[in-house]
Design a protein around this ligand. Sequence first.
Ligand code: ATP
Ligand code: MG
Length: 358
Amino acid sequence: MSKLWVLGNGQLGAMLKHAGESLNVEVIPLEIDGDEPLALDVNDVVTAEREHWPDSATTEQLFQHPNFKSHRAFTVIADRLSEKQLFDRLALPTAPWSALSSDSTEVDLYAVLGSSIVLKRRSGGYDGKGQQWLRKSACDVIPQDWRGQAIAEQAIGFDEEISLVGARSALGELVFYPLTLNFHQEGILLASIAPLDRLQRYQAQAEAMLATLMTDLDYVGVLAMECFRVGDQLMINEVAPRVHNSGHWTMNGASMSQFSLHVSAVMGLPVHQPKTNDISVMINILGLEWEPRWISVPNATVYWYDKEVLSGRKLGHINLNIKSATELDASLAMLKGLLSERYDVMFDWLDKNLFKLS
Ligand code: ATP
Ligand code: MG
C-alpha cells in the first residue's frame, strides 16, 4: 500500500485519512511538534493540511522530503506578502494592498487604500485571527509590532463571498467543483451553499484565475481560492494550498470529495471531473457541545471532529444534501432548534439564497 504522510493532524488530516482508505492509500497525519525521526521512504509522498507550522523535527523532515508536493506553493502562499505579489505578477484581481513597513503612516495608507483598511499579519492567521481594522473615522493606530509583519488591504464592499475548489494532477489536468457561496461571521466561515445556478456565470472567470495560479505554481493537489464578488468582477481574497472548509460539502454533494481528489492527485492516481448531486448546504458547528439529535435531521450527515469544546472553535460540520425547497424546509426547521442564537443570521442568509432565482 502506498503511503501519504500529512503535515498536521487536525480534522482535515482525519478526513484525508478516511478518503485514503477507499483509494488503497495509507494516509498518516502527524502532529506538528513531533521530535522523533520518521520512517519515511524515499518513494512515500508528503502533503500538508495547514500552511503554517512551527519548526520541529517532524515538520522539517516532512517539508524537506523530495516528494513533498507543491513545495514552492507553500513557501509563496504561507506569507501574505509573497501571496499578494504572486497575484499581482499574474495580473489576477485582488484587493488593493501595501506592505506595512517600519515607516508606513496611517495618513499614507488612507491616501493609497482609502479610509477603511484591514491589516493582516503576513503569517499565522486563520478564521479572522491575525487581522484588525484601520479606520480613519475611528482614528485607529497601526500596532507597532505589526510593522514589517503585516500587509494593509483595502476593505472591500463586496456583494458576496464565493470560493472555487479545484485540483491539478501531476500531468497538468485541471478539474473544478462548481462555485461555492460562503457566509462568514466575524471572519469565520459559518455556512456554504453549492452549487447555485446564479453563480454559473462566474464559473469560467473563476476557473481561469485558479488555472493560472495552479499552472504557474506547477501545483499538484487541491487548491482553494476565496473570492469577493463585486458586481461581475471576482477579486481573490486569498488562496489555500490544501483542502478547504468551503469544500466540505463535496463529501456528500459530489461523486468525488475534495479529500479523495487531493489524495488521488498527489498520489498520481487518476483524477476526473467530479459530478455534483443536487444542492448542498454545509454548516460549521462552532463552539457547541455535541448534540446527538443533529443526526436525526432529515438529509443531514454529521461530522464531529472530537476536539475540546472552546468558544467559537470549529468542532464539526453538518452537510445537508437536498433536492427541493420542501426537503430543505424540513431539515432547517429541525436544525434551527438544535443550534445557538448566533446561527439566526445564517438561517436568514440560507433562506435568502436557496431556491431563489435572482
Ligand atoms: P481563513 O480561515 O479563511 O484562513 P483568514 O483568517 O486567513 O481566514 P481572510 O480569509 O483573509 O482571513 O479573511 C477572513 C474574512 O474576513 C473574509 O472571509 C472576509 O469576510 C473578511 N475580509 C478579509 N479581508 C477583507 C477585505 N479586504 N475587505 C472586507 N472584508 C474582508
Ligand atoms: Mg479566508
